[in-house]
Design a protein around this ligand. Structure first.
Ligand code: F6P
Length: 471
């Protein structure tokens, strides 16, 4: 059946789960993207194409919670070449300021082209005449052009969830021109920040030679492509509601008690990724204890590291490094029943995250580079009492909006130490003043507003296809 709206993302918004009776089923993923897109999908008879994880073959399209989902299978070779290889071994580090060294392998690129082509073909086969297709993220940058070739009638939007690098870094890519041309298949290319959109337009002018003016690219065939920023957000009301709920309030109290009722709780929650700056942040915290400026009787640092991309070498190395660091810090600085760091290598449902946010006095988000960082926004959304301090890296996209956080340069260990200490010692009046301002930003610009503004801009710019209905 043809669809008026097709969402194309590397992952489906569901995870495989084993039911109590042993059969397998699906559960909606904790990420916020599905919350944002669901209402537009429902209003427009939409479908979502993506990988369900694993190598299962022959999965049929299915419905989950009223959403139409089309699984894309991947072979072990696709996973190694397209996903772990080109997406996460080449593009991920290159787009994140070379925090790790990107690897360039021609076989990975071939696999990336092959998988992008399969996604494009699937989208082309599902889209109704003049439909809108919204393609997501760095794994699928060739899909817009491939799709345009297959189906010139479509209106195509693309959104990059991660940073888009400065020209100086992007130029290293042997396949730089193909990626730019891939993105130019879209009518609208969305980025987190204005600087990323400008990087893209500049590269298109320099590398592909198209005429550009401000946020517009003029293609020789008469088409125009717009590149604009759309900073992504969260379901702020949903998080606040959860944080106010009785079970979450009770769980937060239980967490503090289990931690030994320290005066202050620091919290970090990140995917276990080298871009997140977990190692440096824990070192800075440990030094404050060594220097005698913090005491393990007074404070504890809860660090949740969500397992991620565990087959990729860099991620395994990082895990070992953090395991060793936490062991050493706790061994050297902890006392009985009073570890300096309470470290959890696990992923948790949203309710548990809300309880952790509620239990934390100082939230520490210090990535070296991050497209946005939704954890920072989730923390703010949960602090309905206007208390709690946020220490935030200047290099997270969220820092553009959350100006009242204690902003830090994560490469500057002394600077981070000062910020952690200031946030720890801040007067309630000061934390309230800052939190109030940040809460205003997060509640006004939530994920529904993000999706609506992308869709409305796409409806304005596209010369092909018909406009989508607002949710
Ligand atoms: O936004 C960045 C992103 O890479 C998403 O595209 C992705 O779904 C998420 O982080 C988690 O990573 P992965 O899908 O590789 O587990």
């Amino acid at each position: 059946m043809p669809y008026d709206l097709v969402i194309v993302a590397n992952r489906l918004p569901v995870d495989r789960v084993t039911q109590p009776d042993g059969s397998s089923g699906w559960r909606t993923s904790p990420g916020g993207l599905v919350t944002a897109i669901e209402p537009v999908m429902r209003a427009n008879d939409g479908v979502w194409i993506g990988w369900p994880g694993g190598t299962e073959e022959g999965l049929e399209p299915f419905e989950h919670d009223g959403l139409e989902l089309v699984p894309m299978s991947m072979t072990q070779a696709d996973i190694e070449g397209f996903y772990e290889g080109f997406s996460n071994g080449t593009l991920w580090p290159l787009y994140h300021d070379l925090v790790a060294k990107p690897e360039f392998h021609r076989e990975w690129w071939d696999s990336y082209v092959h998988v992008n082509q399969r996604f494009a073909e699937k989208a082309a086969s599902l889209a109704a005449e003049d439909a809108t297709v919204w393609v997501h993220d760095y794994q699928l940058q060739l899909v817009p052009q491939m799709l345009r070739t297959l189906r010139p009638d479509l209106r195509i939007g693309f959104y990059l969830h991660i940073p888009f690098p400065p020209a100086e870094l992007f130029q290293q890519l042997p396949w730089r021109r193909q990626l730019l041309e891939g993105l130019l298949g879209a009518d609208l290319v969305g980025f987190q920040l204005p600087g990323a959109a400008q990087n893209f337009v500049r590269l298109v002018r320099q590398r592909v030679g198209h005429k550009t003016h401000r946020d517009l690219v003029y293609l020789p065939d008469g088409r125009t492509v717009r590149a604009s920023p759309f900073p992504i957000s969260i379901d702020a009301a949903g998080f606040e509601e959860m944080a106010r709920s009785e079970p979450v309030v009770a769980r937060a109290a239980e967490i503090r008690e289990a931690l030994g009722d320290p005066r202050k709780v620091f919290l970090g929650i990140d995917r276990l990724d080298y871009t997140k700056g977990i190692f440096a942040r824990l070192r800075a915290y440990a030094e404050l204890i060594e220097d005698g400026q913090l005491d393990v009787e007074d404070a504890v640092f809860v660090q949740v590291a969500v397992p991620s991309r565990e087959q990729v070498e860099e991620y395994r190395i990082l895990r070992d490094e953090i395991d060793r660091l936490v062991g050493r810090i706790n061994g050297d600085l902890g006392r009985i029943g009073r570890p300096a760091i309470s470290y959890l290598h696990s992923s948790y449902p949203r309710e548990e995250m809300a309880a952790l946010y509620t239990a934390a006095d100082v939230m520490v988000v210090t990535p070296y580079r991050d497209g946005m960082n939704l954890v920072a926004k989730e923390y703010v959304a949960c602090r309905y009492d206007n208390d709690g301090a946020l220490v935030l890296s200047e290099f997270a996209g969220a820092a553009d909006e959350l100006r009242q956080a204690w902003l830090v340069n994560p490469y500057d260990i002394n600077g981070m130490k000062s910020a952690l200490l200031e946030a720890f010692n801040a007067e309630p009046r000061e934390t309230t003043r800052r939190m109030k301002a940040m809460r205003k930003t997060v509640t006004q610009h939530d994920v529904a507003a993000w999706a609506a503004s992308f869709m409305s801009e796409l409806s304005d710019v596209g010369t092909h296809g018909k406009a989508v209905k607002p949710a």
